[in-house]
Design a protein around this ligand. Structure first.
Ligand code: ITT
Length: 200
């Protein structure tokens, strides 16, 4: 088995990506396996820039192949905010609940019909020799007026899917992993990894 280090401390992401990469000949690790790894400073203005910062930092520290996920919520009525600031929308170190409350406050005057949004995920697969490939996924939905559901993480309780009549936090983990921005990006990554290592 080869080792793939997820450049993440977000347990929700790690759980989802591990599940989606099941069955491939890669042992999946995360930053919880490398407690001395320096904390990457996510100073980029794009998902790709931040994913690259995380991937480089972790690959230098571990000398392993690294997968970084930079993702977030882009709200149409807010010109794409919170975007790369999704994890810290209510301030540095904010909890998911605090970020959700902040989003509801900021959107309190936005009428139904103008509450469209997208989850975006950018993955960087980074080799310690310095080359990398990227994969993306986008998932459209609507920001609900109050939270619902207990599954998932982050903004899932507010991300409403009109075609399902449910928020993402009301989906089963299996359903989220079939539909999400992250599953689209990881699906592309899976195909790439399989093309490197086709079954005999
Ligand atoms: P790592 O950098 O350690 O991976 P992070 O949470 O800081 O963890 P990001 O900087 O990429 O990661 O921020 C992503 C934020 O976007 C995340 O904290 C959520 O608030 C939100 N987000 C991303 N994917 C999501 C999903 O599938 N469901 C709900 N919210 C999501």
């Amino acid at each position: 088995m080869k080792t793939l280090v997820l450049a993440s401390k977000n347990r929700g992401k790690i759980r989802e990506i591990e599940e989606m990469l099941r069955g491939l000949p890669w042992e999946i690790k995360s930053l919880y396996d490398y407690p001395d790894c320096p904390e990457p400073a996510e100073t980029g203005e794009t998902f790709l820039a931040n994913a690259l910062i995380k991937a480089r930092t972790v690959s230098r520290h571990t000398s392993e192949v690294v997968l970084a996920d930079d993702s977030g919520l882009e709200v149409d009525a807010l010109g794409g905010e919170p975007g790369v600031r999704s994890a810290r929308y209510a301030g540095e170190g904010a909890s998911d609940d605090e970020n959700n409350d902040q989003l509801l406050r900021v959107m309190s005057d936005v009428p139904e019909g103008q509450r469209g949004a997208a989850f975006r995920c950018v993955l960087v697969l980074y080799h310690p020799r310095g080359d990398y490939v990227t994969f993306e996924g986008t998932w459209r939905g609507v920001i609900a007026s109050s939270p619902a559901g207990t599954e998932g993480f982050g903004y899932d309780p507010l991300f409403y899917l009109p075609e399902r009549g449910l928020t993402v936090a009301q989906l089963t983990p299996e359903e989220k992993n079939r539909l999400s921005h992250r599953s689209q990006a990881v699906g592309r990554l899976r195909k790439y990894l399989q093309s490197l290592d086709p079954d005999p």
